[in-house]
Write a protein that binds this ligand. Structure first.
Ligand code: DGL
Length: 254
């Protein structure tokens, strides 16, 4: 499982429930966090190159990318560069949101990178042409989630101002679904609920991603031998005690 930071843990926890016999290696590319601020070519080259090493170091049977900012940019390149490896990506849950909305007003809360991707625009055109979709890029929420998960502290005023553009009122209708299109955001969902101007459905695709991953795995690849512990890898190589504790809390050896 690969993300820029801790966001992918929101998918890992679902995957663990569904696939208790599998061993997971969680990779946080913290040396490059946040991905949301990167220009596309540099980030694409970095991730494709990094996967060459990760695949050879860890020999996975499947790679999951619980990161919208990376998936909307490099999934096709990764599949081309490593054709023998199955990849499961995470892209904004625009299709289910378009199917479920009653008001016809949906917002997609994501990093600035995901918001500007052609991939995201294509999803809207393909699945949500009859719905009004507002794309909201947040420059602060991913870093806020990182800090919150380590310190337990959060400034709710920042959460309020970052989610505020998601709430649209138009001709007596109101936004009724906000797609959490960054895997870091579900960690802040309770705070978002608390400061939201009105109740909405916060769409978190974590379980769907984990199910998709499970569906691609061949049960014959489960090893009989006792499993090595699940582990976390940080690309910076610098692991502060607070990050170590966080990973241990998720059952990962650093
Ligand atoms: N967790 C990532 C995502 O799903 C991005 C966070 C970041 O690095 O900006 O988009």
């Amino acid at each position: 499982m690969f993300d820029s930071g801790i966001g992918g843990l929101t998918v890992l926890r679902e995957a663990r429930v569904l696939m208790p016999d599998r061993r997971f290696v969680y990779v946080a590319d913290d040396a490059a966090f946040p991905y949301g601020d990167w220009e596309e070519e540099g980030l694409r080259a970095r991730i494709v190159d990094l996967f060459g090493r990760l695949i050879s170091d860890h020999q996975p049977v499947l790679c999951v990318i619980p990161c919208n900012t990376a998936s909307t940019l490099v999934l096709a390149d990764l599949r081309k560069a490593y054709p023998a490896m199955p990849f499961v990506g995470t892209v904004p849950a625009i299709k289910p949101a378009a199917e479920r909305t009653r008001s016809g007003l949906v917002s997609v809360l994501a990093t600035p990178g995901t918001v500007k991707r052609q991939y995201t625009r294509d999803l809207i055109q393909q699945w949500a042409s009859k719905v009004e979709v507002r794309l909201v890029g947040s420059v602060r929420l991913a870093a806020l989630a990182e800090a919150y998960m380590r310190s337990g502290f959060i400034d709710e005023e920042i959460v309020r101002s970052e989610i505020e553009p998601c709430f649209v009122e138009e001709d007596g209708r109101r936004t009724d679904i906000v797609v959490l299109a960054c895997t870091h955001y579900p960690f802040l969902a309770n705070r978002m609920r608390k400061v939201a101007p009105w109740p909405v459905d916060w769409l978190d695709p974590a379980e769907a991603i984990a199910r998709r991953a499970m569906s691609l795995l061949d049960p014959a690849t489960v090893e009989d031998a006792p499993r090595l512990p699940d582990k976390a890898v940080f690309t910076s190589g610098r692991i502060e005690p607070v990050s170590r504790r966080l990973m241990q809390g998720f059952g990962l050896v650093v």
